[in-house]
Ligand binder design. Structure first.
Ligand code: FE
Length: 138
């Protein structure tokens, strides 16, 4: 993975591999994509926060989650723009915009411009790049 900025959290790839396990390592650190409709967070409807699966940074909230029928958890926007980083991605002969966690530079997914919200963005994010923290019930 190419580092053109210095992320706050830096670990060796060996450390990441050990911590994340092979499946999450492939997605988070090698910019892999999980097969559609296979992620455990796809159909989560509960209130809560979606944090980075590698470093725990708060990335998305349930308020922004919507059903996109694309097979990956989809959000209209990140909770804080400053917690994600967008990069041009020319892999596979396509031009897409990659979404990474700002704090640890791990791969999350891609952002597209066909979202339903006022910003028009659809953040299409791998379940395996996220952990879900349910809200404390009142
Ligand atoms: Fe992270």
């Amino acid at each position: 993975m190419r580092h053109d900025v210095t992320p706050e959290i830096q670990k060796t790839e060996e450390q990441w591999k050990t911590e994340l396990g092979p499946e999450r390592y492939h997605i988070l650190r090698e910019a892999g994509t999980e097969a559609p409709f296979t992620g455990s967070l796809l159909n989560v409807r509960d209130d809560g926060t979606y944090v980075c699966g590698a470093c725990g940074s708060e990335l998305f909230t349930s308020d922004a989650k919507f059903e996109s029928h694309c097979g990956w958890p989809s959000f209209t926007r990140p909770e804080q723009q400053q917690n994600v980083r967008l990069l041009d991605d020319h892999a596979f002969g396509m031009h897409r915009t990659e979404v990474r966690c700002k704090r640890c530079d791990s791969h999350l997914g891609h952002v597209f411009d066909d979202g339903p919200g006022p910003d028009g963005t659809r953040f299409c994010i791998n379940s395996r790049s996220l952990d879900f923290k349910p809200s404390e019930s009142a």
